[in-house]
Design a protein around this ligand. Structure first.
Ligand code: ZN
Length: 352
């Protein structure tokens, strides 16, 4: 309906929504919103002013490699590198040379991002087109949202006026405030001896915020304490599976794989829910993980004489679920987390 009336008014302009050099503010904003205000690669919540547009498959990839990547990821023949289908909002670290050094573009983690970009595509294009038609109020708000908040004066200016906008929103449409997502960064102690911590990013909607406040206030339990055992368990499980995965690669005849070194592990909790039962309260955490491991692999030399020392690289990702129960009759301040079950699992192992 809206589309038809606009056409009747002569506003038929449909901008070609693609990445172009310079002048991508609306596209950047639409991508940032579509991916939940997070970097599409490391999923760290990131302010808009620090977000850059990243080509999921690099825009300067050569033709033969592009053909090979299209095949790997099941992309259409006419795949356009500058289309939103190949674009993600990235933080400065992930979009820089350090962030990309170890990226393997044939990895399952890249297929996953491309699939999600394809899911967001229609929404992103629609948003960019709407933003392009913005009136005066929208243009000012857009200016405010997209300001560079590394400038402390601008930041201060924004913080002074923003509460008025939030109050206005609360009066005009309270549901919009309830629906917003917020983020918690939790540092989970994974090794008492070395003092190592694993960061877990927790995304909370209204339901999740309510669950976490119940956990913290009524059950007197910190998220970091609750997540400790499941995170340690998940990490151990990943190590074991990676070792087994290397040893099972037949083409390279590996005979042993040393203990894998964890280069990088990302754990996100995407939703937290809770429900009351006769026995107490049950909390459910659902999330995703991605890990990058390296391991030394020893295999029989191809000529059968002696052994070769090789390095194995593994990228693993999947989803997990943790159920925690609070039983008020046994111990008032104790929530016990059950096993961390990884429900889906994909791995990409290379020996070189
Ligand atoms: Zn990032």
């Amino acid at each position: 309906m809206a589309g038809r009336s606009r056409e009747a008014m002569g506003h038929t302009e449909v901008r070609d929504v693609r990445y172009r050099k310079g002048g991508n503010r609306e596209l950047r904003l639409a991508l940032w919103e579509a991916w939940g205000s997070k970097c599409y690669w490391c999923t760290k919540p990131t302010v808009f002013s620090s977000i850059q547009i990243d080509h999921i498959i690099p825009k300067d990839v050569g033709e033969p490699e592009l053909r090979s990547l299209k095949h790997t990821h099941g992309l259409p023949h006419d795949f356009d590198l500058n289309d939103p289908q190949n674009l993600g909002p990235a933080c400065v670290e992930c979009n820089g040379p350090d962030g990309k050094r170890n990226r393997t573009y044939h990895a399952a983690s890249v297929t996953d991002r491309l699939d999600r970009a394809a899911e967001h595509r229609a929404k992103v294009i629609d948003r960019v087109q709407r933003l392009g038609r913005s009136g005066k109020v929208a243009a000012h708000l857009l200016e405010a949202v997209t300001a560079d908040f590394s400038d402390s004066d601008l930041r201060q200016e924004f913080l002074e006026v923003a509460p008025a906008v939030v109050r206005l929103l609360a009066v005009m449409d309270p549901q919009l405030l309830v629906d917003h997502q917020s983020f918690r960064e939790v540092e989970v102690a994974v090794c008492e001896e070395t003092g190592d911590y694993q960061r877990v990013d927790v995304t909370l909607d209204a339901r999740g915020r309510s669950a976490v406040s119940t956990l913290e206030e009524d059950c007197d339990t910190e998220l970091a304490d609750l997540l400790q055992a499941p995170v340690v368990q998940l990490t151990d499980e990943l190590r074991n599976r990676v070792t087994a995965g290397f040893e099972a690669i037949e083409s390279s005849d590996p005979i042993t794989a040393g203990p894998p070194t964890l280069d990088y592990l990302r754990i996100d909790v995407d939703s937290v829910d809770y429900r009351g039962s006769a026995d107490g309260i049950e909390f459910t955490f659902n999330g995703t993980f991605e890990g990058v491991f390296t391991a030394s692999v020893v295999r029989v030399a191809p000529d059968g004489e002696g052994t070769d020392d090789l390095q194995g690289d593994a990228v693993v990702n999947g989803t997990f679920s943790v159920v925690a129960a609070w039983d008020p009759t046994t111990e008032l301040a104790d929530v016990s987390a059950g096993d961390c079950t990884d429900e889906t699992w994909e791995e990409d192992l290379h020996v070189a």
